[in-house]
Design a protein around this ligand. Structure first.
Ligand SMILES: [Cu+2]
Length: 221
């Protein structure tokens, strides 16, 4: 038994030598499947806890747009302390507000071409609505760490999310340090799930998540 263990250890050591180095970190990628919902898009996937990560936020720009009576994007995760711009790029007035406990606000009615801003300084979920158009809804997720992603139209995600980082001007974010983490999901119509995941020393771990319709949980306990 002991000899087997030594052999396996040697094999792992040899394999490690063959890998391109000096990568000391990894990522998480995967696919989310949903039951009872048409699209697996717009699902937040995030690490509940992560070691402190240096991120340069000085060039970030977060925008929640208003076009054709719709907030774009539907889900916008941001790091705690970020400010979001709410431009009205529509043909009609909107009145953007939130009754959330995380960050209640009311921007009042404003015209096409106008921009208003809100600072989000507490982690949590902020449901955004429009007082003029009851069908308009979006979610701002104020995150404690920068390791999160939103699923695409096929339910795919990647943490860290290179496209997101580029789009919003994040820089300097390193891969996830190796170790055991918990991945959690959040979508307004899906039951929240939490799954353990081990990030390898190098490369990406691939996971599958299956969600079904139901009431979601909170972002952080
Ligand atoms: Cu509106």
């Amino acid at each position: 038994m002991k000899r087997y263990f030594i052999t396996i250890t040697l094999l792992i050591a040899l394999l490690a030598l063959c890998l391109p180095g000096p990568a000391m970190a990894g990522g998480i990628s995967g696919t989310v499947k949903v039951k009872g919902l048409r699209s697996p898009a717009n699902i937040l996937v995030y690490l509940t806890k992560a070691p402190p990560a240096f991120v340069d936020l000085s060039k970030t720009k977060f925008v929640m747009d208003q076009q054709n009576l719709t907030f774009i994007p539907h889900i916008l995760p941001i790091p705690v302390g970020a400010t979001i711009q709410f431009p009205n790029n529509d043909k009609v007035d909107h009145n953007v507000f939130s009754l959330s406990r995380t960050r209640p606000f009311n921007l009042g009615s404003y015209e096409p071409g106008e921009v208003k801003t809100v600072l989000f300084d507490k982690p949590g979920i902020v449901e955004v609505r429009c007082d003029v158009h009851a069908e308009m809804a979006a979610y701002i997720m104020v995150m404690k760490n920068p390791y999160f992603a939103v699923t695409d139209a096929k339910g795919r995600f990647e943490i860290p999310d290179a496209n997101y980082l580029k789009e919003y001007g994040f820089s300097g974010l390193t891969d996830i340090p190796p170790g055991k983490y918990f991945v959690k999901t959040r979508h307004e119509k899906l039951k929240t799930i939490k799954q353990a995941v081990v990030v390898p020393n190098a490369g990406t771990i691939s996971i599958q998540l299956e969600l079904s319709r139901g009431t979601p949980g909170v972002l952080y306990k």
